[in-house]
Ligand binder design. Structure first.
Ligand SMILES: Cc1cc2nc3c(=O)[nH]c(=O)nc-3n(C[C@H](O)[C@H](O)[C@H](O)COP(=O)(O)OP(=O)(O)OC[C@H]3O[C@@H](n4cnc5c(N)ncnc54)[C@H](O)[C@@H]3O)c2cc1C
Length: 379
């Protein structure tokens, strides 16, 4: 439990711990029944609403509350924990007019779901040209491909980054565009699963027509729109990683204190203690960074102000959890790699975190660029 939490955060933490206690004693349930049960309990404790905007019935929690919530839920490592938080509208948050009613409100109400289509294909067969749109009257005509769209098979629509090629008079540049899944010319070219269990699709846009009003913000604003929520997202991935770290360290502590076939507890071996201490040191450092950045985010006037800190924290915390789970597996022994064992599952989840929201080395480049080119980022 981080120290110096204000009263309101301590109360939130108490509610979270109570919810974890209730979810922890649920019997084994079918996935859909489990989802409904977890959502109902989470709403009862006022946790589900934390990720949703106030004007749409949520409580619109700030970065610190969300950090505490996400870390606590991840640290419980319970089945169904993915249902605890209501759909976060992310970059759809600022939609206005018809688009708000058609896309944002149903997402928050759980009636529609959406996926983020940003990553372009890579590898030798990747198209040389990135996804682009030409202007056709009051519409955009979109052509291209997106390679890694999480949840894309079940999504009602996609928010995709496209490069608009305007004519001499028209606007041009990157734009985030909402594309309905049932749009003519939109093809799910491939469905696949990644090792942590996520399902994804590859999308092809074969001259897909979308009305200009589906542009989020305006043409040219694509990158800031796509990245508008990225500071918060990086903080939340970091909270997830730290929560997973808390669970892992508790788990391995218990294992090492149990008997071992050698006759003495592994916890009594000096070599094991050294490795074990490293886990605690790394987790402590990661959590310190996490809570410092959450505090900075709480007082920041804009997300740009904490972008470098959130990015540094994301790299550090996701690399920390990779190393912590890997070391815990080594200390726990080969049995922990049996499919379905908790450390085996966490290992797969931890690995994907170094890609989601940006590969670690790309984020490192962005931190260096922040300092050299913009003089941004505190130490
Ligand atoms: C579980 C999971 C879920 C995902 N969900 C989504 C999603 O919903 N929507 C979406 O759009 N994307 C999603 N992605 C894709 C993710 O955002 C990308 O994998 C990530 O941004 C890296 O891009 P890439 O895979 O194309 O790798 P590449 O860009 O090809 O990079 C591969 C490696 O090359 C090196 N490298 C690349 N460029 C440079 C450079 N300029 N300088 C130095 N080194 C470099 C780095 O080591 C990098 O890790 C998901 C990925 C995973 C694993």
């Amino acid at each position: 439990m981080p120290e110096f939490l204000d009263q309101e955060y301590q109360e939130l933490k108490t509610r979270l711990d109570e919810l974890v206690g209730v979810l922890g004693v649920l019997p084994e349930l079918q996935p859909e029944v489990l989802r409904k049960e977890v959502v109902a309990k989470s709403k009862e404790y006022g946790i589900f609403q934390l990720t949703q905007p106030q004007e749409l019935g949520g409580t619109g929690a700030g970065p610190m509350a969300l950090t505490i919530a996400r870390e606590t839920i991840a640290a419980a490592n319970l089945p169904g924990s993915g249902y605890v938080f209501g759909a976060d509208p992310g970059l759809l948050r600022n939609l206005t007019g018809e688009a708000r009613a058609e896309y944002l409100e149903p997402v928050v109400a759980g009636e529609k779901s959406w996926s983020f289509a940003f990553t372009e294909p890579s590898g030798p067969d990747a198209p040389q040209k990135q996804t682009y749109a030409t202007v056709a009257g009051t519409d955009l005509k979109i052509t291209g491909q997106k390679s890694f769209v999480t949840g894309g098979a079940h999504a009602s629509f996609y928010a995709a980054l496209v490069n608009v090629e305007g004519d001499d008079e028209g606007d041009s540049g990157p734009a985030m565009v909402i594309i309905d899944k049932d749009s003519p010319g939109l093809e799910i070219a491939r469905e696949f699963r990644s090792m942590e269990g996520g399902d994804h699709v590859e999308l092809k846009f074969n001259g897909v027509i979308v009305p200009m009003r589906n542009v989020i913000g305006s043409i040219g604003e694509g990158m800031p729109r796509a990245m508008g929520n990225i500071g918060e997202e990086r903080l939340q991935v970091s909270a997830l990683a730290c929560g997973m770290g808390l669970w892992t360290v508790d788990h391995i502590t218990e294992r090492l204190m149990q008997g071992h076939r050698s006759g003495s507890r592994l916890a009594d071996r000096e070599g094991v203690r050294l490795r074990y201490a490293d886990l605690r040191i790394e987790l402590y450092a990661a959590r310190s960074a996490l809570y410092r950045t959450a505090r900075l985010a709480e007082v920041a006037e804009s997300v740009e102000e904490i972008m470098n800190e959130a990015t540094a924290t994301k790299v550090f915390c996701t690399e920390m959890i990779g190393h912590v789970v890997d070391t815990a597996i080594q200390l726990a022994g080969g049995q922990s790699l049996i499919q379905g064992e908790p450390l085996e599952k966490l290992y797969r989840r931890a690995r994907s975190l170094r890609f989601t929201g940006g590969a670690s080395d790309i984020l490192r480049l962005s931190i260096a660029r922040g300092k050299f080119d913009f003089g941004a980022g505190r130490l």
